[in-house]
Design a protein around this ligand. Sequence first.
Ligand SMILES: [Zn+2]
Length: 299
Amino acid sequence: MTTAIGVVMTDHIVAGRLHDQRLTGELLRYPADRDALDELPSIPGGDLLELLATQISTLAARESAPVNAIGVAVPGIIRHGIVEDSPNLQQIKGMHLATELARVLAERGINAPVHAANDADAIAAGVAATRGQLDRLTRVWTIGNGIGYGRWPYVEGVWEGGHITVTLDPKERFCGCGGVGHLEGIMGYRAMRMRFLDLEPEEVFANARAGDSRCREFVNLWHRALAAATASFIHLAGPGRFYFTGHNVGFLELDRLRTHLEEMVKMSPLISYSLEILPPGDENALLGAGVAALGALSF
Ligand SMILES: [Zn+2]
């Protein structure tokens, strides 16, 4: 039996213990208050490491079986255990997350290897594991404040799919990274608030349903942007499975997305893609963080 601990840090921290690629026992969560979503960005990096280590050591102590690997998933560009960028958790930018967390854990007597991954990559790994398709290409879009793109199996690269350029309109400049024409500049929550200074994104989608033409036009653009980005990845890496998740996945209408995709992907070997919305929750990311950490052991 293999045992891993998976941890996900987004706007909260959640940790769980895996036995043979299955979550067991209760998950740990910080902050415990589910509405406290603004807390993590103001916690210094070193304190975040201690919080992660506390959750991991609590889970490690739950059973006597040794932990084989520890996987941590965070948003941003994560390569070789280093957080190269993480726009929503600025304090961990540049952090050697895998090495530094391993050091803090060693002080607490835990010596399992630590693997760091992008959170959307972890979701892709988790979905692939639960569906028994670890040998297949699995891609995930996370639709939240930012737009994340994840894939399994992991391949070396940056994969900032949320910042793929989907329009040549020079007025499209709402992306948090500052780039013009980006997917996140259309679909991201923050970007939508900047575009509609008089309406919350929820109101924009509600007004569109009620027939307001400005909002309808935008909701159409929102879906076309996601279709364009998805079509680009189909043209680069082939068809396959795409999953959609995140805080704001409720805005997504799959039929509308599919209609736009059908206009954009025409080559017959490429049309066998599938689209599916995942139920909300941290389980896929947690599982995937653990699965990726166990997978990294054999590399
Ligand atoms: Zn961008």
